[in-house]
Design a protein around this ligand. Structure first.
Ligand SMILES: [Zn+2]
Length: 296
């Protein structure tokens, strides 16, 4: 078992990395870890997580009562307590505001598309917990809905939350979420996000066992039947991954949606004169909508 001094050092190191990588600004973010069966180590409130020292940590019980430490525990302590309550396997929790992932949380876009194999084998999908006022009891309630089936989630208009079997593993999941968000953003800016076919997702799910990855829940068999991805009850028991049915031959399915943002590029490439140009249905619709708007 990790000693208390090692746990304190790990929390300091993870705080340093979170701040250095820009996942937190000012005094944002918080980290905690189980200290034995009935106590927690928790980062203090109002402290920059990039410059902590091991002696700054608070020791609390599982109800949040401070047992030791000169400072008060994190203002987001209630959210951490809820994670430990719902997930006996969780030994550590990280919360930060990584900017790209938080951008997705602000836009209301969950990171649940089948895009990267390593994300599917580890985190599965990354849902968005509904908005709740930070530091109130609303936040643990929002988190409770997803935490049983997910090791990482976005918090609407707020940030990201991860848990793990130790402090570093919880932190690495935060890195994976931010990295995945960056890649997703770039692909969407480029105008195309090809997806892994459902068969491939099933194959990757099978690999979890051979790699010894302990996922908290299976990937849902049929996510296309879900209407509202933010409130679907299935996300309490399984991980919603949006992956289209493939044709049985290719493992990738071409993104059927060409975002409107690509339109200026298509226009610039169009030749002068009366040569033929081809537009997708979506591009054509966008042009018509533009024209109608300019008429008003
Ligand atoms: Zn926060």
């Amino acid at each position: 078992m990790t000693t208390e001094s090692q746990l304190r050092a790990d929390i300091v190191e993870v705080g340093r990395r979170m701040y250095a990588r820009g996942y937190t600004a000012s005094n944002d973010g918080n980290i905690s870890a189980r200290l034995g069966d009935d106590r927690l180590l928790m980062t203090p409130r109002s402290v920059c997580k990039g410059f902590m020292t091991p002696d700054m940590m608070c020791v609390t019980d599982l109800n949040g009562k401070k047992l030791q430490g000169d400072r008060d525990p994190s203002s987001e302590m209630l959210m951490h307590l809820e994670v430990y309550r719902q997930r006996p396997d969780a030994r550590a929790v990280c919360h930060a505001h990584p900017p790209i992932a938080t951008g997705f949380a602000v836009a209301g876009i969950p990171l649940d598309r089948a895009v990267l194999a390593e994300v599917l084998t580890t985190l599965g999908s990354i849902p968005i917990a509904e908005y709740a006022t930070p530091s109130t009891s609303e936040l643990p309630e929002a988190v409770r809905k997803y935490v049983k089936a997910h090791d990482g989630m976005l918090l609407a208009n707020h940030g990201a939350l991860t848990l793990g079997t130790d402090v570093l593993s919880a932190y690495y999941k935060l890195e994976t979420i931010e990295h995945f968000a960056k890649i997703s953003l770039v692909a969407r800016m480029l105008g195309r996000e090809n997806l892994l076919a459902r068969d491939e997702v099933d194959r990757l799910q099978g690999l979890r066992t051979s790699y010894g990855i302990k996922a908290p829940a299976p990937i849902c068999p049929d996510p296309t039947v879900l209407g509202d991805l933010l409130s679907g009850p299935d996300q309490m028991t399984c991980q919603v991954v949006r992956a289209p049915e493939g044709d049985g031959r290719s493992r990738l399915v071409a993104d059927p949606i060409v975002p409107v943002q690509t339109l200026p590029v298509a226009r610039a490439a169009a030749p002068d004169g009366d040569e033929e140009i081809r537009l997708t249905y979506r591009e054509l619709s966008a042009l018509i909508e533009d024209a109608i708007r300019s008429l008003r």
